[in-house]
Design a protein around this ligand. Sequence first.
Ligand code: F6R
Length: 240
Amino acid sequence: AEIVIVPDAATAGGLVADEIVRLVRARPDAVLGLATGSTPLPVYEALRPRLAGIDVSRVRGFALDEYVGIAADHPESYRSVIHREVVEPLGLDPALVRVPDGSLDGIEHAGDDYERAIEAAGGVDLQILGVGTDGHIGFNEPGSSFGSLTRVKTLTEQTREDNARFFDSVDDVPRHCITQGLGTILRARHLVLLAFGSGKAAAVAGAVEGPVTASLPGSAIQLHPHVTVVVDEAAAAQLR
Ligand code: F6R
């Protein structure tokens, strides 16, 4: 992987946004792999001015994951977050940006449907990734198979506590999610993993330099030929 250590998250956001702009200029119907959570927000913020004046009407997107059993119009559903943070500010066509369907009705085929949609789009060109403090990417928690495809998973207590800040209390954080698998993520043509702050230092070191192990799902990126890791000093602190 190419490791880029930057002074702050805003610098990282600018770098990754520049890369996305290059991609969209070269390929107006580029397929972006979108992440939620706090980490990618500086990328989306940096994209807004950079994409002004560029035709984004054909840009497509696939989110990594969604909570299961949350109302689609709940402000913290990833469908809502992706629309609020990405689709609306960047002026993307909402019909071209998909989020896994976490509604209970039809959940048994939602994973397969999502895989087929990604395939029909020709695959993801650039996948933005954050990493959980427990090393998850997407919501592939420790123990996830490297060949896994989009499916329903149980969130760890650690992840539910980490995400409680988005809800009134930890009890309101859903217990299940539907997430692209590690196998799905590895099919994207370029992986861009971002991490900021000391809380991510162990996960970053494990993902980049640790043994490739299902105990640290982020280590799956070592199996991919084109990975860029963009981190601040604090998140890089445990790299050798
Ligand atoms: C979000 C996702 C997760 C987050 C991770 C880090 O779509 O798939 O893997 O990237 O939980 O979350 P933040 O960025 O909030 O620290």
